[in-house]
Write a protein that binds this ligand. Sequence first.
Ligand SMILES: CC(=O)SCCNC(=O)CCNC(=O)[C@H](O)C(C)(C)COP(=O)(O)OP(=O)(O)OC[C@H]1O[C@@H](n2cnc3c(N)ncnc32)[C@H](O)[C@@H]1OP(=O)(O)O
Ligand SMILES: O=C([O-])CC(=O)C(=O)O
Ligand SMILES: [Mg+2]
Length: 290
Amino acid sequence: MKLRRSMLFMPGSNSAMLSTAFVFKPDSIMFDLEDAVALREKDAARILVFHALQHPLYKDIETVVRINPLDTPFGLDDLEAAVRGGAHIVRLPKTDSADDVRRLEAEIARIEHACGREVGSTQLMAAVESASGVVNAVSIATSSPRMMGIALAGFDYVMDMQTERGDGTELFYARCAVLHAARVAKIDAFDVVFSDVNDDDGFLKEVDLIRRLGFNGKSLINPRQIELLHNAYAPTEEDVEYARRVVAAADKAEREGLGVIALNGKMIDAPIVNHARRVIQSALASGVRK
Ligand SMILES: CC(=O)SCCNC(=O)CCNC(=O)[C@H](O)C(C)(C)COP(=O)(O)OP(=O)(O)OC[C@H]1O[C@@H](n2cnc3c(N)ncnc32)[C@H](O)[C@@H]1OP(=O)(O)O
Ligand SMILES: O=C([O-])CC(=O)C(=O)O
Ligand SMILES: [Mg+2]
């Protein structure tokens, strides 16, 4: 089971962070060339990220580069650096339509071919940050076999919607739309950045909501959020114990040729057994909640 709970952003211009970030062990690390990088640092950041991608310290971790959109003066140069540097995933911000992804895909294939990287090996994800992006989420998510994920980017999205971040009501439709698009396309879904790095309670409340909705994980901005997120996503010992009993009861029922059965008065059928197997797999991959 490939876990993608935490995708840690870091400004591509920050050489101190680039040289230490791998120690925090997020599931994926995201070098940002877009909004975390000042205009006059764009070129320097691109070179730093190109070198960081090839450093042996990053060889065991999934790497993502958030490029600038292709209609900016930086987008294509960013893409060259990301693909030639060997990024596993390119994240396209401010994706409004499937055409944005298709244009990116064509450029990636050209660069892979030119630099001798296997054509098709660079994966893609799209961040939707506007009403158009959210409304087009299904066509964006299904736009390319390279797509591995779709993310909701809350800050630009609430601006486009002429509102602001609040208790989550303002994101409810967008979260559901992005999540459904991901499940239609069979790719991963990532929730928004939580910006107050000192508010653990607020962060955990948001994580509880998005975990129950079904998101694979979240974009993060600070290493202190990683452990909190991973722990909240791990199943509890009771969940695992119950899942084991469900699977054992289902296996016994199958040997005896029975279909639906009951365990402690609760119906056990195929979806419930599948869920139980998933809980066990996820405990094997992430451990149990502390
Ligand atoms: C709307 C958007 O587009 S969001 C996406 C773009 N934004 C970003 O990439 C922001 C990334 N995050 C950051 O820059 C920072 O975490 C901030 C500015 C939010 C907070 O900074 P600080 O208050 O200094 O964080 P904090 O005190 O927790 O830092 C502790 C250590 O972790 C490091 N650190 C902090 N954030 C990160 C990060 N995202 N990646 C790697 N290392 C980090 C710091 O360098 C510091 O290291 P040190 O102890 O060796 O000096
Ligand atoms: O992509 C993200 O998660 C962060 C971002 O740009 C936004 O919220 O506007
Ligand atoms: Mg944004």
